[in-house]
Design a protein around this ligand. Sequence first.
Ligand code: UDP
Length: 312
Amino acid sequence: MRVLVTGGAGFLGSHLCDRLLHEGHTVIAMDNLITGSTDNIAHLAGHDRFRFVRHDVTNYIYLQGPLDAILHFASPASPVDYLELPIQTLKVGSLGTHNALGLALAKGARILIASTSEIYGDPLVHPQQESYWGNVNPIGPRGVYDEAKRFAEAMTMAYHRAHAVDTRIVRIFNTYGPRMRINDGRVVPNFIKQALHSEPLTVYGEGNQTRSFCYVDDLVDGIYRLLVSNEVEPVNIGNPAELTILQFAQRINAIIGNEAGIIYKPLPKDDPQQRRPDITRARTILGWEPKVSLDAGLEPTVDYFAKKLGKR
Ligand code: UDP
């Protein structure tokens, strides 16, 4: 296949490029580099089936030649990023998705859209099944991401129904691994960076809120399986192993041997209190479930950040 990956220089996008190339496909990575980095794809420079195009997909996407698939992964994805880039976040989820869908229609390409567990908002149903419609504050600080992604899902289904575009929707839960931006403000890079500097970890609120962390290789495998499946309905991909943020902080301090402990900071507005994917659909339809334990996934992740910080 000839595949376009928007957000191809980002954390997930770059890992998807690797997987697609490994499967023998030809890959065009597109990114405007506002949160992505060419560092993430530097190892692919010179690869004869890989090309990078710098472009902001909120503007019309012009691409010559045939296209078999599009993976639309362009978007800020860290709460800190989308608070700093609220309009870009809204635009890439709405206008960017519209452009990507238009390109899919024009080329007769399959398109897979990156959606998110954020469409469930601060969920009143636990764990979250795909049938749950969510509890989102449209005008809160996170609304710029949540509503853009909800719009993206609606637009995707509209292109599927009105134009018979071959669509896929993945709802991605918290994911971690090498190539996360060290200063993106999310809990995994924050805690690892703080622990490597022997600083106390900044737990927001009392740390009772929960998350379920999926290692990037597992996530990419689930996405690839969804891409080559026939499933048009949204599919949750994530790791159901749930823990509180306080437990997660303690785990990081133990693994890194950080004795500086924990400090408490205010809980950001509308921070979801609990989050865990119900992955029955992925298990049943894709035969997928995560394989990498938290400790096993943290090892290469800590190693990556340690190297970035010049600690190893
Ligand atoms: N969090 C924290 N300390 C930090 C960064 C984040 O306690 O330094 C908490 C945050 O309040 C949230 C959870 O960790 O409850 C996950 O936050 P993240 O920004 O990684 O992504 P989210 O899951 O909220 O989209």
